[in-house]
Design a protein around this ligand. Structure first.
Ligand SMILES: O=P(O)(O)OC[C@H]1O[C@H](O[C@H]2O[C@H](CO)[C@@H](O)[C@H](O)[C@H]2O)[C@H](O)[C@@H](O)[C@@H]1O
Length: 383
């Protein structure tokens, strides 16, 4: 299967247009040409001052609307949904194939936090992961090197996950730290710490203060300091005020050409223009674990957001491992597989159990433990 991503700058709207072509000879996948108003990684061009402001703001707001799950859901027809599922089958249904592909290779796990390990909630400070999920991740890390890759600042995501044995890449990969006690998977003992955007710290602090001031009159808006980047949340902002919020953010960012804007789930993310993202963080971590040029490594990345696309794309380009997109609705993605997303509280528990099941099954097919013998028996029979 070959897949080509072509990114074309839409000079009118200031938003890039990504055209993705997937050509496959496998019966599982269909030929598809997709056009979306976003790039991989969801980058929005910050327009230069002189160009018409109104049109630009409308384009921002359009993009904010497009990322609203309810709208995307209603826009997606049933046949779109099923053809998308053919191209990105459930990781649970494809489990045997996945295990087969990883045979004899070292699996390395990369997990996004919000929307992947924790449910999406209104208050970013209350996005707790369940104890059951923590147990699943802890178990996973017993068998595979495991990293959490998040847009959040590293300390904050660590406080949610609270597992000292993991690698953490916070601030969209711009703040990477290995386990304090070293890792059993890493031969050399030198601790891993990598912060490629350190010089931006004073600027980020400055912009944080400016954004707090500019957005304080917009009910529901909040600004989160993620150390090397910032998040402007609009999940709780009335849609009628989105345009005003976009204008305020734009007015601040125009003074800082060294910062760029990307988009997540009802969040505008501001970060340095350096060429660093979750995909680069994944490569950095593989390198520091000693798997940089290895052919027998099998990285698995699970994420739900546009910024995770950078990592999915790296895996596709390397032809190693695969990405799993957590989403209930069709989205343009470089991930190979999908898992359902917890849109409603009622379906949330299903998703968490599904993910836990997937994580458990992944390691239980390789390592025999009493708790997983039943599944293994089932798995072997089904082969
Ligand atoms: O890379 P991630 O770990 O997925 O971080 C991306 C952003 O996640 C958080 O925001 C998202 O989750 C919040 C809590 O569920 C939700 O309220 C918000 O609408 C989502 O966008 C985090 O707060 C942001 O700083 C991250 O950039």
């Amino acid at each position: 299967m070959t897949r080509q991503n072509v990114v074309v700058a839409d000079t009118k709207s200031g938003i890039n247009v990504a055209i993705t072509m997937t050509v496959s000879n496998s019966s599982l996948f269909t030929k598809a040409v997709k056009k979306t108003r976003e790039t991989q990684g969801g980058c929005i061009n910050i327009p230069p001052k002189k160009v018409g402001g109104g049109a630009r703001i409308n384009a921002w707001v359009d993009s904010m609307r497009a990322s609203s799950p309810t709208r995307v859901k209603s826009a997606a027809s049933l046949s779109d949904q099923s053809s998308w599922m053919l191209r990105h089958p459930s990781a649970l249904n494809m489990f045997e194939q996945i295990i087969e592909a990883s045979k004899g290779k070292q699996i390395v796990m990369f997990l996004d936090y919000d929307g992947t390990l924790s449910p999406i909630v209104d208050d970013p400070d209350r996005a707790f992961m369940s104890d059951a999920m923590r147990t699943a991740v802890r178990e996973l890390a017993r068998y595979f090197p495991t990293a959490i890759v998040s847009g959040r600042c590293r300390d904050k995501v660590y406080n949610f996950v609270r597992l000292a044995e993991l690698y953490y890449a916070g601030s969209h990969g711009m703040d990477i730290k290995g386990p304090a006690k070293g890792s059993k998977y890493k031969k050399e003992t030198k601790a891993v710490l990598f912060q490629p955007a350190s010089e931006f710290l004073p600027m980020i602090d400055e912009v944080y203060k400016a954004l707090l001031e500019k957005t304080k009159s917009i009910p529901g808006a909040s600004v989160e300091h993620n150390k090397f980047c910032l998040s402007v949340h609009y999940r709780c902002v009335d849609e009628k005020k989105w345009s005003m919020l976009a204008q305020q953010v734009r007015s601040v960012l125009q003074q800082y050409p060294k910062l760029r804007l990307t988009q997540g789930r009802k969040v505008l993310e501001i970060r340095p223009t350096i060429k660093w993202d979750k995909g680069k963080a994944l490569e950095f971590l593989l390198e520091s674990l000693g798997f940089g040029n290895c052919t027998d490594v099998f990285p698995v990345y699970i994420g739900d957001d546009r910024t995770d696309e950078d990592a999915f794309k790296i895996l596709r380009d390397r032809g190693q491992g695969f990405g799993i997109l957590v989403s209930k609705i069709p989205k343009d993605t470089s991930a190979s597989y999908s898992l359902q997303e917890p849109l409603e509280a009622r379906t949330l528990s299903y998703y968490i159990h599904a993910l836990i099941l997937f994580l458990y099954l992944l390691f239980s097919s390789i390592v025999y433990t009493p708790a997983c013998i039943n599944y293994h028996f089932f798995f072997v029979i089904n082969l």
